[in-house]
Design a protein around this ligand. Structure first.
Ligand code: CA2
Length: 154
């Protein structure tokens, strides 16, 4: 069973800039930790980060069903600023019909008004926001629990 973690623009800077806002962990460390936790849960996790909207759309499309893609069972997505702007990423996620969890390091609802709207949240299984790098683990546990309840994992 394969899952996919997607990170959007500027998240490659994690741990290198603004540690007060986004924490001291690098993206590589977060990805490695999550891959270990995924293995403990008996699932495989692929990771992808891009600063480019189209590259994220392409990666989502590549994840689709077994006949034409990777047959990814679920997606974890921190779309970064694209969360608040991207109809294209929303359309890609709905187009492949893969269940997804939206996640954020910061509590977007405690920040500027333009971060309060998400193009992804209303069709997500759930949203995790505000727990720093722990948001990634919580989102993974939520996604795997959802898929298990549906009979897709384990
Ligand atoms: O809290 C989150 O995870 C966000 O998705 C982060 C985005 C922001 O636009 C969203 O509203 C909330 C920004 C990511 C920027 O990442 C940086 C990391 C280190 C240094 C500078 C930026």
């Amino acid at each position: 069973m394969r899952l996919l973690l997607l990170n959007g623009p500027n998240l490659n800077l994690l741990g290198l800039r603004e540690p007060g806002l986004y924490g001291a962990s690098t993206l590589a460390a977060i990805e490695a930790d999550l891959q270990e936790r995924a293995a403990d849960l008996g699932v495989e996790l692929a990771c992808f980060q891009s600063n480019h909207e189209g590259a994220l759309v392409d990666r989502i499309q590549a994840a689709r069903g077994a006949e034409s893609g990777e047959n990814v069972a679920g997606i974890l997505i921190n779309a970064g600023a694209f969360t608040h702007t991207s109809v294209a990423i929303r359309d890609a996620l709905l187009g492949v019909a893969i269940p997804y969890v939206e996640l954020h390091l910061s509590n977007v609802h405690a920040r500027e008004a333009f971060r309060h709207h998400s193009y992804l949240a209303d069709r997500a299984i759930g949203v995790v926001s505000g727990f720093g790098s722990a948001s990634y683990r919580l989102a993974l546990e939520g996604l795997v629990g959802h898929l298990q309840a549906r009979g897709g994992v384990g």
